[in-house]
Design a protein around this ligand. Sequence first.
Ligand SMILES: [Zn+2]
Length: 259
Amino acid sequence: MIDIGVNLTSNRFDVDRQEVVDAAIAAGVSKMLITGTSVEESRQALAIAQKLPTTLASTAGIHPHYADGASDDFIEQLTALAAEPEVKAIGECGLDFNRNFSTPENQVNVFKEQIALAEKMQKPLFLHQRDAFDVWFECLAPFIGNVPAMISHCFTGNVSEMQQCIDAEMYIGVTGWVCDERRGADLQAAVRELPLERLMIETDAPYLTPRTIRPRPKSSRNEPKYLPYVAEKIAELKSLSVEEVVAYATANSERVFAL
Ligand SMILES: [Zn+2]
């Protein structure tokens, strides 16, 4: 099983990062992609991955929340990071108009530069999108087919948005959001229609703990070891075996990220 989105640089893992990785491996998670969300976090993600390169890899990018703080030379910094063999994608990058921690203008500019970088370096794009679908898709549209792959990480949209992504040959990263009986209804409907050839799975740990874990964990911190709960929910929604879901998600992730 491959977790394509773990925020292992989070300070919530500072006390036991190695144990978290070990527990995930014991739970059947053979590989994890550590998400980079700023130049500094991307550097840390790479450093963690380099310690265990058979199991860990990373991404390098600037999350839309941090677009306002991007330095003038951030593309040079990301270019250097992306040249390292452990860095498998540019991102996470994208647009988040839900909370607008950075101005929409800066978000769009920083996003577009990273899309162009992915094209130049021929790396997959690891994408974030929240309440910004139409503008986000417009930014990406000219590059469809010109970057090796686009992965809509932590997809939380509806069936029609998912269909637009599928038509653009994107991959869809499904998190424990799908296990949420309160707010996951749209995603559950979308997952039922999602072709297995486009599926990837992720925890987005330490966020989005699956609400289907029994017994319920005492800590609110999500961990990559809970990835099987995401696969189980997808299997249930699609009336497939967990093994089949995992086999497709693993093959897609290995191929796209060269893991
Ligand atoms: Zn995200």
